[in-house]
Design a protein around this ligand. Structure first.
Ligand SMILES: NC(=O)C1=CN([C@@H]2O[C@H](COP(=O)(O)OP(=O)(O)OC[C@H]3O[C@@H](n4cnc5c(N)ncnc54)[C@H](OP(=O)(O)O)[C@@H]3O)[C@@H](O)[C@H]2O)C=CC1
Ligand SMILES: O=C(O)C1=N[C@H](C(=O)O)C[C@H](O)C1
Length: 256
């Protein structure tokens, strides 16, 4: 049995992850964390409001769907206490990921930080990287529910990072373009623009739009329900048990 803790268990993703853990024959829920929890126990396990209480329990994997300002500390805490992190929380910087990777190697512990666990979104990111080699002019539109705290989304950042591996940084649009309203051209990632839409009713969606002479190519992924992320989370939990370093991106555990 893989013993699992869920941090952020009262949130939209955390609650879905708890149900996924409970439904697996080879997973056992052993701990729950949320600072604003009122209950002492839920789903048959004790609830913690302070992460330090979880250092006392024996757990293999720490699933995290909390918020960007605590995710780094949570991942570090998990590794320091012998738990393999499976992190969905977004907003990590490159240097934070490097620090956590070094810690995982030092502790011989597997782990995963995945900006998106939906298999379709992972494919969208890979397809975008393939296309960017031949279509270097590209913009990203990410669309999310209006409760999302970070912008741009972790998925949009990771997509831009992957495309940057095959695409030369360059300004897109007219050399002398001017914004008459600040932000009209979106966020600038090496000349590639990222636009963040926030609306009630949405879950998580992304379009990657490529343009070239006389032709265009649009790739799109939609998560209509948070269940879309759970196949990837379960895969991540199983896979981190057999590696001894932290990976960034679910693609590392897929045959692509
Ligand atoms: N990788 C992926 O595939 C996906 C990633 N995400 C990411 O997951 C994160 C959570 O998203 P979502 O569930 O929608 O957000 P929610 O706001 O619904 O849930 C976040 C939960 O974390 C709790 N929380 C806050 N601080 C702590 C802490 N220190 N310790 C434990 N729990 C804490 C919050 O409690 P309170 O409300 O009391 O503050 C809340 O219950 C976001 O970063 C989002 O971008 C989302 C979907 C998919
Ligand atoms: O906050 C969300 O909802 C999501 N966050 C992740 C991100 O920032 O990319 C993954 C998915 O888009 C849903």
């Amino acid at each position: 049995m893989i013993k699992v803790v869920v941090a952020g268990y009262q949130g939209k993703m955390g609650a879905t992850a708890v149900q996924m853990v409970l439904a697996q024959d080879d997973f056992e829920l052993v701990g729950l964390l949320d600072p604003s929890a009122k209950e002492k126990e839920a789903f048959g396990v004790s609830v913690s409001t302070d992460k330090n209480e979880l250092s006392k329990i024996q757990a293999d994997v720490w699933i995290d769907f909390t918020q960007p300002n605590v995710a780094f500390e949570h991942t570090k805490f998990a590794l320091e206490n012998g738990m393999r992190p499976v992190i969905g929380t977004t907003g990590f910087t490159e240097s934070q990921i490097q620090t956590l990777h070094a810690l995982s190697v030092e502790r011989h512990l597997g782990g995963l930080i995945a900006p998106n666990f939906a298999l379709g979104a992972v494919l969208l990111m890979q397809f975008s990287k393939m296309a960017a080699k031949y279509f270097p002019d590209v913009e990203i539109i990410e669309l999310h529910h209006d409760q999302k705290k970070d912008a741009p989304s972790g998925t949009a950042v990771k997509t831009a990072e992957l495309m940057a591996q095959v695409r030369k940084a360059h300004h897109q649009g007219a050399a002398d373009e001017e914004e008459s309203l600040v932000g009209a051209r979106g966020a600038d990632f090496e000349g590639l623009r990222i636009h963040s839409v926030r609306l009630p009713g949405l879950v998580a969606h992304q379009e990657v739009i490529f343009g070239s002479k006389g032709e265009g190519l649009t790739l799109r992924h939609d998560s209509y329900d948070r269940i879309s992320f759970m196949t990837g989370v379960a895969l991540g939990v199983r896979e981190v048990m057999s590696v001894s370093e932290l990976k960034y991106g679910l693609e590392h555990f897929l045959e692509l």
